[in-house]
Design a binder for this molecule. Structure first.
Ligand code: ADP
Ligand code: ADP
Length: 235
């Protein structure tokens, strides 16, 4: 299988404080990798480094290879990085716009205004995020009126609209009820067919159920990295 992303000697500092070190991890296409470990162990810091999300607050040293290119370089276009490597946050954060407008926002900013194209993207991504049936008759209603589970799915669709290769998710189910969580996990299993998925979770069972690979963080280091079935099987 193809390696989509790889970190080498990654170190992240907040000011002078080293928050995460020694991460050498490979992410393969069509797999889900779970980042697990106690609170404060560096999972989010690692995740946010992967698409240069924490540029403003952190100093990131080492290499982040995306399709073989080191994207942790000053000359790299961070907006393009964030387009290819999309992010879904812990709490659903739809824009104060219609559902339709949430999905099309980034495309319109890129100069795509053809309604037929936009309609197609909206339908396709909402289907991929498994929320089309619930919202198709209300596309022009505010996304702020959605339930947590539906809002999170619209946020996934929004991330998919710009055609990323990699989807980063930071505890995407932590604000969801058990049923929505289970549905979200099923959606991620389906999305795996087309993306490289990296998910932070504090829920070990979720990691065991969902992921192909697991990285275990402790005290700012990736102390274990293996196939999930090996991480969760006693010798
Ligand atoms: P999480 O539940 O993801 O661990 P946190 O409450 O730790 O969330 O962090 C929420 C936000 O606060 C994040 O943007 C994170 O980068 C920032 N943050 C976390 N720890 C600190 C800190 N010690 N100083 C400043 N900002 C922090
Ligand atoms: P986790 O995601 O495993 O809960 P984090 O990556 O949020 O861990 O945090 C790792 C360490 O970095 C913690 O000590 C946290 O306080 C610190 N940290 C996170 N974000 C910030 C920030 N924006 N500024 C300063 N320190 C931060």
């Amino acid at each position: 299988t193809t390696i989509t992303m790889q970190t080498k000697n990654l170190e992240v500092y907040y000011g002078k404080t080293l928050a995460m070190q020694h991460a050498d991890i490979q992410f393969k296409q069509n797999t889900i990798t779970a980042l697990i470990g106690p609170s404060g162990s560096g999972k989010s810091t690692f995740l946010r480094s992967l698409n240069r999300m924490n540029d403003d607050v952190a100093t990131v040293k080492g290499q982040i290879l995306y399709q073989g290119v080191d994207i942790n370089q000053p000359k790299i276009d961070v907006y393009e990085v964030r387009r290819r490597i999309g992010m879904v946050f812990q709490r659903p954060n739809p824009f104060a716009k219609s559902i339709y407008g949430n999905i099309t926002f980034a495309l319109e900013r890129r100069g795509i205004h053809d309604k037929r194209v936009l309609d197609e993207v909206v339908e396709k991504t909402l289907k991929q995020a498994a929320v089309w049936d619930q919202v198709k008759d209300n596309l022009h209603k505010s996304a702020l009126s959605l339930s947590g589970g539906q809002a999170q799915r619209v946020c996934i669709a929004r991330a998919l609209a710009v055609q990323p290769d990699v989807l980063l998710l930071d505890e995407p189910a932590s604000a969801l009820d058990p049923v929505s969580t289970q549905q979200l996990e099923q959606t991620l299993r389906e999305l795996k067919q087309d993306y490289t998925i990296i998910i932070v979770t504090h829920n070990m069972q979720q990691a065991a159920r969902l992921s192909d690979y697991t990285v275990f963080f402790n005290l700012g280091e990736a102390i274990e990295y293996n196939k999930t079935r090996k991480v969760f099987t006693r010798p």
